[in-house]
Design a protein around this ligand. Sequence first.
Ligand code: G4P
Length: 200
Amino acid sequence: MELLIEKIKNEGIVLSSSVLKVDSFLNHQIDPQLMQEVGKEFAERFADSGITRILTIESSGIAPAVMTGLQLKVPVVFARKRKSLTLVNDLITASVYSFTKQETSEISVSKKYLDEKDKVLIIDDFLANGQAALGLAEIAKKANASIAGIGIVIEKGFQDGGRLLREQGYRVESLAILDSLENGMVSFENSSEKMEELAR
Ligand code: G4P
């Protein structure tokens, strides 16, 4: 998605060879116009998939997920990472291990908002090692819902998540795929620059 790639080029900050900071439009401050375009793009890509519900995880997955739900006119459910005061009964849970943080957390969704009639689109902001997406998929499976695919705003193509999810047969649609963050520079997979480079 060209608009997103431009935004990353202009505002993304490479923190290390594996971490990109995008808190001016996705992870802290949110750019609503860009998120609206992100929602339209996911909605277009999954237009014929019969999606009935979007499933994401708090907190940064919520903005792109809501914009996609708005376009597809379906509700959006976000998995909680922390125990809620009001959400205590009939929870579906999954354990998610974060390689980045080296900790396991339990994520949960109420049975009330996901069931066997659902065709789910999983949305998240980043795809790194794929553990959050796998946890969401596990929750959808436990609810006996079917999974139409996984929509990712920024995939780090040099980490294992994308391969892992695609190998398991999931349709993964990423709007920007980072090829590398080496030497303080962001390079993209399949970007027009790279295509030109390949054509040379
Ligand atoms: P995984 O789910 O793909 O296995 O990823 P991992 O555990 O490594 O990621 C943990 C958190 O760090 C997630 O957010 C994920 O979105 C985020 N993350 C991973 N790589 C990057 C990166 O290069 N840049 C940025 N900005 N974030 C990254 P989280 O802790 O759940 O945060 P939030 O959703 O509450 O904002």
